[in-house]
Design a protein. Sequence first.
Length: 371
Amino acid sequence: MKRSELNVGQDFSLTKCKTLAGVTPLVVSLTARVRSLLISSVLLCLICVTSSFGFNKVGTTAAPFLKIEFGARAVAMGGSFVALANDPSGVYYNPAGIAELQNTYVSGGHTEWFADLNYEYAAFILPTKRLTFCLWGTFLSSSDMEVTTVEVPEGTGQYFKYVDGLLAFTTSALLSDRLSIGFSAKYIQQSLYNESAATLALDIGSILKTPLKGTRLGMCLVNYGGRMQLSGNDLIIQTDPWPEYEGNADVEARLTSESFPLPLAFKMGFAFHIIDRKEAFILSDNYQLRVAIDGIHPNDGEEKLQIGAEYGLYNILFLRGGYKVNYDTQKFTVGAGVKAGIARREVCVDYAYVDMDILDATHRFTLTIGF
């Protein structure tokens, strides 16, 4: 028997004896941690597959604005942020990521979406001793549109807006120096003139920092919740319940709309620190290079792949790029960012450009301030 094998056996026997003697071991078994993580991952996959069975067709879900990605930094990296998620925008991609943040952050952004739509988002991060909290929201709205009817096709002089909104609260925690988990509770609403629909949803995610040169593994289940069904005053009509008989007075009736599920998705990602100050394949104090890959399994379409990279110079200037696979319009993404310390505050300005093919390209801006 080799000496290393003998030492392992002796250590195991000693630990077993101490346990039998009533002494609690001070070191938690790494095998047990890995086993727990694998079990959790399998259960998460089963929930996702079970929930999405039968709802795998394009255009069969409500609230499509939930798919619009959050944060210029992540967007510039092709949206491959599940395993990183280490800035305020990470709550959108994986709620477990904000557990690493040690400062209070305020972040917000604006996007001029195609078809004269505007997309805004904001997040407030508050870390405490044990947990990290985040209050965040996104809003997609149109400009004023004039009401038209069959009788007045040129417009009635009345105006309305189309508004989608999300308000969420996230809690995240570090279970160890390498494993974090997070949960997001969401309130989702869509409104169009006098009709609206609302429901609740949940995100759950985890991030594992492996011992392999800063390699990270992230998993997340997003938009697990109820169905959405439009209702409102415009669905109330006057009708004759017995048209075959004359002399009946019209009664009030309500039209019923069909309900639709949310765009549920299971995401898994890997991130690699190629160049960094520590836990990287190449150590450097002045340069950073990170590469991330995400796979997405949605309930309303085919599987998708996202690849992105970020190059940092002196932790001040950042260049980013990404590519999306199996998307109808989005393909290439590029962007840049600047980080600076101003009046003892960490200020980050990020920009992303997304090629939308036959649709208009989008420009996204994000401002983040850390206290």
